[in-house]
Design a protein around this ligand. Structure first.
Ligand code: XIL
Length: 480
């Protein structure tokens, strides 16, 4: 899919937020029934990333191109809640490498441009993994050319997105003690072809191509009492650090299960100790794929939301109290798109409810658990997302709203660089749609609308212009 160029001027939704919040709070002081909270609610400042950022942490989620394109309420929630996104599929080898000699950048480009246009940082996932390998891999890659394939892939991908990726999952899931290999390493294709050295090779190649990015070793299964596994992970990290390999963080995937509440509680202290050990190696920690499987819980929605939310709370009580943990990413934002329905369906066939928002983008217990912990955790020393807030990339679609109080009319103008399917709407301070102004395909060029607001209560509104590749907004103060 083609994406818009990124060289433009204008105001992104988030860029206006910081400067507006004060003005809007002042204005709402004069409006009897509008609280500051509802002002925030409409304009995204009370999304989870907004809370996380107050502690110099970040919050984000995995997402994908098709969902961003097709689902406007979802995309709106994504931009509102997240400061960072991670492509669930678009940067894996099976998508990026249609053949041994070619690259498909279109999908990853879309994700990165969407993120830049909406002021979101991006995680790169994943440069070296035993899964999601393309079908040509097994017959083409051998022990003589494997190092070359790995370094060339990393140099090409990291080189292309250099400076635009917050953190790379350089190596994913390299430990599996049950495979009975040296040092508890997984008997993956990369290990079979290159031995343990592939891990170091991958990190060095990534650092060379993208020196400013945070380089992450990403792993699962560290929350429970499997000390053979966690010891193998800590030892791997220790060996890499001892060899001065450019490694900056551990990614803890955080795929947990609500029915394991008691098991988790019994192992909390060990999980804390594991995180401390990692921190002591000088590494940061990112929770990279948090979700909470609800299989094993009764079918009632209340039971499941309380069970899942409780588990998020228990999990956060450990990870948020570890200062080395700098951010949390959930594996999806809404239950609508959780991978768990296909990877681990419930026996009653009901859709799982593992994520912070339900299928209608309504916040659930899990959302409130995260919010509580972001509010109550200690401030981290430094925000690692520099692209958010300070450095929002302005979109090319300029949106302007010019009210004429005499006539109770407001002229809305926007300029498109190319033909786009566009939704133009007006929302109130609670984020409710007041009016859909347009929903159609528009040609490149300037477009104008006249909104008559004589029948609307006076106050602040947000005009939102969205297309599959952008979302911009402008605050309007409608007075008479
Ligand atoms: C998963 C996707 O969510 C699924 O849709 C797909 O079928 C398999 O991959 N660890 C990871 C992620 O690092 O990339 C995986 O994502 C989940 C486990």
């Amino acid at each position: 899919m083609k994406v818009a160029a990124e060289t433009a001027v204008g105001t992104s939704i988030c860029a206006i937020l910081a400067e507006d919040v004060f003005a809007m709070a002042v204005q709402h002081a004069f409006e009897a029934d509008s609280s500051k909270a509802s002002t925030h609610a409409a304009f995204g400042l009370d999304g989870l990333h907004g809370e996380a950022a107050k502690k110099k942490m970040f919050f984000g989620s995995a997402t994908s191109e098709d969902r961003i394109i097709s689902d406007i309420p979802y995309r709106t929630a994504l931009v509102k809640e997240c400061g960072i996104i991670v492509p669930e599929y678009e940067m894996k080898w099976d998508i990026m490498r249609p053949s041994a000699t070619t690259y498909n950048f279109a999908d990853a480009d879309f994700m990165i441009n969407f993120a830049r246009q909406n002021g979101l940082a991006v995680r790169g996932h994943t440069l070296c993994w035993h899964r999601a390998l393309p079908s040509w891999f097994a017959s083409t890659v051998n022990s003589r050319n494997a190092a070359q394939f790995l370094t060339e892939h990393i140099a090409t991908v990291c080189g292309r997105y250099k400076g635009r990726i917050h953190s790379w999952d350089v190596v994913n899931e390299a430990i599996e003690p049950t495979d009975r290999q040296t040092n508890g390493l997984r008997n993956s294709p990369w290990f079979q072809l290159l031995g343990e050295s592939y891990i170091e090779t991958a990190f060095r190649a990534a650092h060379q191509a993208d020196p400013a990015a945070i380089l992450v070793y990403n792993e699962y299964g560290v929350e429970f009492d499997d000390t053979i596994r966690t010891d193998a992970i800590v030892n791997l990290l220790r060996r890499l650090k001892a060899r001065n390999v450019p490694l900056h963080a551990l990614g803890v995937q955080g795929h947990i299960r609500a029915a394991d509440k008691a098991k988790f509680a019994a192992n909390m202290q060990r999980f804390r100790t594991f995180l401390r050990e990692v921190a002591t190696l000088g590494l940061s920690i990112i929770i990279t794929e948090l979700d909470c499987d609800d299989t094993g819980l009764a079918s009632s929605i209340t039971t499941r939301d309380e069970g899942v939310g409780g588990m998020y709370g228990d999990y956060c009580s450990v990870v948020m109290n570890e200062p080395a943990v700098i951010g949390i990413i959930t594996w999806g934002l809404t239950d609508k798109y959780t991978a768990l329905n296909s990877t681990n369906p419930r026996s009653d066939r009901l859709p799982q409810r593992p994520l912070p928002l339900d299928a209608n983008m309504v916040r659930k217990n899990a959302w409130y658990a995260l919010e509580y912990w972001f509010k109550n955790t200690m401030q981290r020393p430094r925000q690692t997302i520099t692209s958010v807030a300070e450095e929002r990339v302005a979109p090319i679609q300029r949106l302007r709203c010019i009210p004429n109080t005499q006539q109770s009319e407001c002229e809305i103008q926007f300029t498109l660089e190319r033909s786009e399917d566009v939704l133009l709407r007006l929302v109130d301070v609670r984020g409710q749609d007041v009016q859909i102004l347009a929903q159609a395909r528009f040609e490149a060029g300037e477009h104008r609308f006249m909104l008559n607001y004589a029948a609307f209560p006076i106050g602040t509104y947000l005009c939102i212009l969205q297309s599959p590749s952008f979302l911009v907004s402008e605050k309007i103060l409608l007075q008479k």
